[in-house]
Design a protein around this ligand. Structure first.
Ligand code: TRP
Length: 447
């Protein structure tokens, strides 16, 4: 199929906005702060930044160039570049990871949708507002309905198709979210007692850093950049030859990391100022942010509605990329039509999300991996295992099978200022796979 039939990004800014839209989502504003809190703060942040630079950026380049070269989905790309070999299984693993991630992602996104309508309640609740959060996620039915509503929006957009759907929705709203984060930061850092939160976030204490924390940082880097499952392969497949892959990779990784970093600035000072617990878990953002808005007085009411609306949009632009990967596979490989692929997969993913939601309430006694609830277990398997494994295998594929020469050649078509060369090749052949391997071994306690 040629590029024209598949549809292409209509403009440079459209592609960057869509890829950044995929990367920027709940991973930045919900997951980054709560994982940072769980694993002890600044030292975790530092490790995370190193992983973004040395692993995230080269892998972002790699996925985009593999996608553009093959003009195929995550599975088809390997079939085109390595015909008759089992490499396509890497893509299949990716589709599976996307499947799992979207199931719980949509549950959390449902909380954000619900919170658009809860500002009255949390503004009035004062010190009790944490109970509103707990009540709203532990009830059996309501969160599943919000999850269904979110999933429906996601299906509707992806079913409409890449150029009519994804690009249009990705462009405008993200800058407003960044502005609102800045407003939150200003209020948060000026709260009495905020200093302790800044220290927690910025002053590394390496004694708090565990092997599990490093694995979590690795998983978070993949999750936040949408790497390791062929999402950026699929997006790259819609990219035209004249587009600049290396520069775009920097933009996407930079924007994503900046927004996560800002979210931490908004959250941690407030966590300490309000005497909350930084390791509180998945509720951290949903409990802290409303408290900051409540501290702003009446205007906080308006900002709160806007914030959760924009968070919903950010989650939506990420979720559609996950659903697009899964659907593109069935469209390209199984020759399903787009509507059928999207609806069937969307519904199956919705069903898988139901136990994740119940696991926080009436099924909270169900513990799977090392005491983790259902949602946390799925997140662990997908983010900390499947995504890094996918990244690892992509490095082996490019570095040791397909060849870094072909990779750099493809990436440098259309590259203007920065070109990929020996540094990239070294990272992909040696540093990235070895680093991932060591983190894996350490986290299972080999040394
Ligand atoms: N990166 C998104 C976020 O931070 C989530 C996401 C979208 C994702 N597509 C992905 C994660 C592909 C892993 C792989 O919210």
């Amino acid at each position: 199929m040629n590029g024209k039939e598949r549809g292409n990004w209509q403009s440079q800014i459209g592609f960057v906005a869509a890829a950044a839209g995929s990367a920027v989502g709940l991973g930045n504003i919900w997951k980054f702060p709560y994982i940072t809190g769980r694993y002890g703060g600044a030292a975790f942040v530092l490790v995370y930044l190193l992983l973004i630079i040395f692993i995230g950026v080269p892998l972002m380049n790699s996925e985009l160039l593999v996608g553009r070269k093959s003009e195929k989905n995550a599975v088809g790309a390997f079939k085109v570049l390595a015909p008759g070999t089992p490499w396509f299984i890497v893509g299949v693993m990716g589709i599976l990871a996307g499947f799992i991630i979207l199931s719980y992602y949509s549950v959390i996104a449902g909380w954000a949708v619900a919170y658009i309508f809860k500002s009255g309640a949390y503004m009035a609740a004062g010190a009790e507002h944490a109970n509103i959060f707990v009540g709203s996620i532990t009830s059996p039915l309501a969160p599943i309905i919000w999850h269904a509503i979110f999933m429906f929006m996601c299906i509707a957009i992806v079913a409409a198709g890449i150029e009519k759907g994804i690009e249009k929705y990705s462009k405008i709203l993200m800058p407003i979210l960044v502005l609102l984060l800045l407003v939150l930061i200003v209020r948060s850092v000026t709260l009495p007692g905020a200093g302790k939160g800044l220290a927690f976030y910025l002053k590394p204490d390496f004694s708090k850093l565990t092997a599990e924390g490093i694995l979590a940082a690795l998983g978070q880097a993949f999750f936040s950049l949408s790497l390791g499952m062929g999402c950026m392969i699929t997006y790259g497949s819609y990219l035209r030859k004249k587009e600049d892959i290396p520069t775009n990779s920097y933009y996407i990784c930079g924007a994503d990391t900046l927004i996560a970093f800002l979210a931490g600035f908004a959250i941690f000072p407030a966590v300490f100022a309000f005497g909350l617990e930084p390791g509180a878990g998945p509720g951290l953002t949903f409990i802290t942010v409303p408290a900051v808005f409540a501290a702003m007085g009446p205007v906080g009411h308006f900002f709160g509605i806007l914030f959760f609306f924009l968070l919903t949009i950010a989650a939506l632009t990420s979720a559609i990329s996950l659903l697009e990967v899964v659907s593109a596979y069935f469209i390209d490989e199984a020759k399903w039509d787009r509507k059928k692929a999207t609806w069937i997969m969307g519904i199956v993913i919705f069903l898988l999300g139901i136990p994740c939601s119940l696991g926080l309430g009436i099924w909270s006694n169900v513990k799977i991996l090392g005491g983790r609830d259902i949602l946390d277990s799925l997140d662990f398997i997908a983010s900390n295992i499947l995504l890094p494994l996918g990244g690892f295998l992509l490095c082996i594929f490019i570095g040791w099978y397909w060849g870094t020469n072909k990779a750099t050649e493809e990436a440098n078509i259309g590259a203007k200022s920065i070109k990929l060369g020996t540094t990239y090749s070294f990272l992909i052949k040696y540093l990235v796979p070895i680093a991932i391997f060591i983190v894996f071994l350490r986290s299972v306690g080999v040394f």
